[in-house]
Ligand binder design. Structure first.
Ligand SMILES: [Zn+2]
Length: 155
């Protein structure tokens, strides 16, 4: 399934995102782990997209479209970027899941996020992080996929 047919599927399933889908660029970028967006353009790894089922392709692209439609990239200003990514991802994914799309393995999956909007979820995660912070904080390695979303498109 090529990108044009994925776009058509998105338009049929989510007509209210029509202008976002129509105005976003979809660019194949093998350097991206899975997919990501800078708020205007969606970059996707063509090998990854080829490797998943059609419904999962719809999930992945609907996910990125949601980031753009809800202005998530630009609303990250002044926030903890990692937490904001988790907050927005969990809210989007719980919504798409409830909507019947199959969640893709490895993505953020916090079922209770369905009860929150991104700002609320972010506050909640921030509270939890404060509570969990231990004297010898152990970093959990690097987030491989995050950077694409975080860069506001500055070259
Ligand atoms: Zn995301």
């Amino acid at each position: 399934m090529n990108v044009e047919s994925i776009k058509r599927r998105l338009l049929v399933k989510y007509p209210f995102f029509g202008s976002v889908v129509a105005n976003s660029n979809f660019i194949a970028e093998p350097a991206v782990g899975t997919a990501g967006t800078d708020g205007k353009t969606i970059y996707y790894n063509p090998n990854f997209i080829e490797s998943i089922a059609d419904d999962q392709k719809t999930f992945i692209f609907a996910h990125e479209i949601c980031h753009i439609a809800f202005d998530h990239i630009f609303r990250s200003e002044g926030k903890d970027k990692d937490l904001w990514n988790i907050a927005t991802d969990s809210v989007i994914n719980s919504f798409l899941k409830q909507d019947g799309l199959p969640i893709v393995e490895g993505v953020v999956d916090i079922p209770e996020a369905i009860n929150y909007d991104a700002e609320e979820m972010y506050k909640k995660l921030l509270e939890e992080k404060k509570q969990q912070q231990q004297p010898n904080g152990q970093g959990n390695g690097k987030n491989q996929k995050g950077s694409q979303q975080q860069s506001g498109g500055n070259g």
